[in-house]
Write a protein that binds this ligand. Sequence first.
Ligand code: DQA
Length: 149
Amino acid sequence: MQPARFRILVLNGPNLNLLGSREPAVYGEETLETISDRLRAMAPELGCEMEFFQANGEGEIIDALHRAPATFDGVVLNPGALGHYSYALRDAVSGVGLPVFEVHLSNVFAREPFRRILVIAPVATGVIVGAGAMGYELAIRGLLAQLRR
Ligand code: DQA
């Protein structure tokens, strides 16, 4: 029997559309499109399906999370700066009842003090920081391992 193919939503918040040109020393030189294309190509090997969504507005990210349970089994979320202060996004994560893995490309704990506060992390399934673009793959693998358990 074929193992179940889980459906994963990869959700990126504000300013992540600027990856590639935005502070490359901090976030790397890869664009979000290249990262997404690479992940999409890995989907068959990982045994999942993936969709990608990026928005700069907090409400759009929250709306995408609200829609997610209808289509997806889990979410990989880079909330950008919203991860440091958005209680509304935190409530959406705990409210939708899907496993959500949080990702930050940079090591937020080694940067400005405000970035050391992660308000969504306590309600996330897991958190990956500082692994660069590979963090998305690690989070997808972590999410799938949890879904298969
Ligand atoms: C980020 C870290 C945040 O502090 C920042 O506001 C971002 C990107 C990261 O992926 O490292 O927008 O989430």
